[in-house]
Design a protein around this ligand. Structure first.
Ligand code: FAD
Length: 429
């Protein structure tokens, strides 16, 4: 790295931050990429870790490895705790680092709509730790059921409630349906895993609410086929250690359960709100920073916010969806903008190219909405597999993933079915 060069600091090595870093390879700037994890995580496949199809290392790759040939880039394992806008400095939990240009790409997390106390009973899915914790809870529930003599308690162990029927909730419910009906078949002696009740609760009137109605309907049919009980138009009003209470119209119902999985609200990372405070700019209700057409923070052309943490509404009047493509495209855009700016060239506003959406429900079952081409079933699932392998292309083990998926398809086997984490025994029966 050359002294005196323009210093670009990127916070977050997810889809947005990593895309920016990759694109800056040939730009004459010094890049520092900060992340509190030493790996880039392919979040779209987290549910496969949570349900025992893939292992954590299959879906994560060390950032240092990805960027090892980027001579102008260094990677720091650190937690950013504040942004000192006036002094152009990122404050870390154990130091600080100065910037000329800052790219904030710290993503989002789940939110419990003012009920943070629900989190310990109904964990969400965002990190590797979340995924292995979910896997532990799911597998432990079947283990506990096998040893439970009391019919009411047994029923609670065998009831799985998933809150939120967006893509993550639908994927989790479908995978659980497969685990119960196929993977665990013949594994137990006193219970029949196929008797598990998998309940998917959604406040909107249909599953996959952002998708066209006919794809929601196709997804509903696929889920029902896997034995999932769908409760749409139902809001969760309470969560306790051993129950979920839902309300449908005037009717409330308490569902006894020992496994509750949260796949509902999303909240921008805390750093976004701290940045807004410091820069005196607004954020939206989901904690996303409202950015300018070039993704900069109002009044601060040297600070960009990208990905899940940005509210970019200039194109459609609505914020872009919190998915990987906007983050990737925004990361590349900011890198290009910076290169042009440093050469004194004019820059254009960001423009998002929507490549479409897809969600998978299970083996051979998915829905895809690709520019008016609406597919459901096996063709959508094959496209889903292809795209995910394409985007995981920087991972050396993509061949391994492909083989594992192929094996799962043929055998229904989920070999990553380990119960790990803190000693779970004795079971709280
Ligand atoms: C379970 C799940 C399934 C999904 N499925 C899909 C899908 O099928 N298709 C799709 O397109 N999208 C999917 N998404 C959404 C997609 O993963 C996100 O839109 C995308 O990751 C956003 O990229 P980002 O760069 O904004 O943030 P992220 O990828 O979340 O990256 C943020 C990074 O910032 C780091 N970080 C956060 N705070 C700090 C801090 N204070 N200091 C240092 N580092 C910090 C984090 O460690 C992380 O590496 C899914 C998300 C989840 C959780």
């Amino acid at each position: 790295m050359m002294a005196g060069q323009h210093r670009v600091v990127i916070i977050g090595g997810g889809f947005g931050g990593l895309s920016a870093a990759l694109k800056l390879k040939r730009v004459p700037v010094q890049v520092t990429l900060i992340d509190r994890c030493n790996y880039h995580l392919f979040q779209p496949l987290l549910y496969q870790v949570a349900t025992g199809s893939l292992s954590p290392a299959n879906i994560a790759e060390p950032l240092r490895n990805i960027l090892k040939r980027h001579q102008n880039t260094r990677v720091l394992l650190a937690e950013a705790t504040q942004i000192d806008v006036a002094n152009r400095r990122v404050v870390l939990s154990d130091g600080s680092i100065d910037y000329d240009t800052l790219i904030v790409a710290t993503g989002s997390s789940h939110q419990y709509f003012g009920h943070d106390e629900w989190e310990k009973f109904a964990p969400g899915l965002k990190t590797i730790e979340d995924a292995t914790d979910m896997r532990r809870r799911i597998l432990l529930a079947f283990e506990a059921a096998e040893r439970e003599p009391d019919p009411a308690k047994l029923r609670a162990w065998m009831t799985f409630v998933i809150v939120g029927a967006g893509p993550t909730g639908a994927e989790l419910a479908g995978a659980l349906g497969e685990i119960a009906n196929d993977t665990l078949r013949h594994n137990f002696r006193d219970i029949d895993p196929a008797q598990a009740r998998i309940i998917l609760v959604e406040g909107a009137g249909r599953v996959l609410p952002p998708y066209p109605p006919q794809l929601s309907e196709a997804a509903r049919r696929m889920l029902v086929h896997l034995g999932v009980i769908i409760r749409t138009g139902a809001s969760v009003i309470d969560i306790q250690e051993r129950s979920v209470t839902i309300r449908e119209g005037d009717h409330t119902e308490e569902i006894p359960t020992r496994t509750i999985l949260w796949a509902a609200g999303v909240l921008g990372s805390a750093l976004g709100r701290l940045l807004c405070q410091q820069a005196g700019v607004p954020h939206d209700k989901a904690g996303r920073v409202i950015v300018e057409p070039d993704l900069s923070v109002p009044g601060h052309p040297e600070i960009f916010v990208i990905g899940d943490l940005a509210n970019y509404s200039h194109q459609t009047g609505q914020p872009l969806p919190g998915v990987a493509q906007p983050a990737i495209q925004q990361g590349r855009y900011v890198a290009n903008l910076l290169a042009r700016r440093l050469r004194g060239k004019q820059t254009r506003p960001f423009h998002y190219f929507d490549k479409g959406n897809m969600a998978t429900i299970g083996r051979g079952a998915a829905v895809a909405d690709l520019h008016g081409l609406r597919l459901a079933g096996l063709p959508a699932w094959l496209i889903w597999i292809f795209i995910h392998l394409l985007y995981i292309v920087q991972f050396q083990n993509r061949l391994l993933i492909m083989l594992q998926w192929a094996w799962l398809y043929i055998s229904y086997d989920r070999s990553a079915r380990l119960i790990t984490g803190e000693n779970p025994l004795p079971l709280d029966l």
